[in-house]
Write a protein that binds this ligand. Sequence first.
Ligand SMILES: [Zn+2]
Length: 421
Amino acid sequence: MAGIAKLTPLEGWIKQKIGLAELSLPALRAYQKRMLISTFVYVKERSPFYRHLYKDISSSAIQGPQDWEKLPLIRDKNVREQATRMLCVGQDKIQRIVTLDSSGTTGVPKRIFFSKKDQELTVDFFANGMTTMTQKGDKVLILLPCKRPGGVGDLLAKGLERFGALPLKYGAVDDCEKVVELLFEERPQVIVANPAQMLLVAYCYRQQVEKGAIPFNLQAILLSTDYVADSLKERLTEIFECPIHEHYGMTEMGLGGGVSCSGLHGYHLREADMYWEVVDQNGKALPVGEYGEIVFTTLTREAMPLIRYATGDKGRFLSEPCPCGSILPRLDKVQQRLDSPLDLPALTEIIFMFDGIVDFQGKLVGDELLLTLFCLEAGHQWTPRDIINALPCKTELVVQYGIPAHMYQLKKRQISLETSR
Ligand SMILES: [Zn+2]
């Protein structure tokens, strides 16, 4: 299989960052081991949180990945409650603070701090990751938040400019017709967007083509910020006839984590900036191929390094070599959140198999799912009964037509849980 797909540009980038003439997995692991140890020493010296957390662990006890399991996992709760105590630099070095309020069970917002150097790491990753699907001179329409300096769209645009691509900073989709108008006007080669918003844009685009607008070819689409169902990718491929890449990242990772190569299955990761593990319930690393919780450690972050940060995402490493021929490990498509009351990705897969659905919301009441489907327009080929029959659980279904207002808010899809009616 090797050599069929184009080698991920992350391999050359990582090789260069590490300063190796030849990249091999043992050489990468040796680099990560050195960086793990120096990160441990760095945080223990500078951060009150880590000093306390590791008070009974000496630097000599940490000699590399085999000792990493001695270190406790850090979770969302720690970051919410202890963010400023995690800092390793003075406030004057902080360039950007991202405040996240999603899934706040404690009511305390989560704040992630970045120095100028930390932001540069992200721009560098975006610049190199984007060359997977973009070349110099390509127009790239960014349908992710762009307004804030240092936000995801802004850093992505900076990364693109670095190799001569032309970013069009639109921002998250807030008016589908306007975006589609812009598409026909600018005819970008690449679009970067949230999956559900991209699907909405695709269906609106198709409506225009059906009304007589001249279709055009996209070179690639990159989807980010939420779970990407394979069925949703199929819908997009039907409409735009181009490869659909996926990005895996979260703010805690410094916005970017990994990106699929031209093999389009799983993600290669920022191995020079982060050390990745898939662990069991006790924080013990699992062998390649086994599902567990995705955990990462930042190796190059200055302001707020995260050591063994448990993402809450379920995943595994793929054991088969990547068709692109890279020696870099490959993380399989991220599965459901571990705290999700039902298998949301499985549900998402089924729902987007049906053409014309742009989004859904659900509530689990006892063992019954109350599902609302949002569909751009009537005249679809399926009936609600077809969908109910395809779903694995008892379902009550409502179909609404038009664009639901919540789709312009760019929130992760969730199924709420209600114990009684
Ligand atoms: Zn690959």
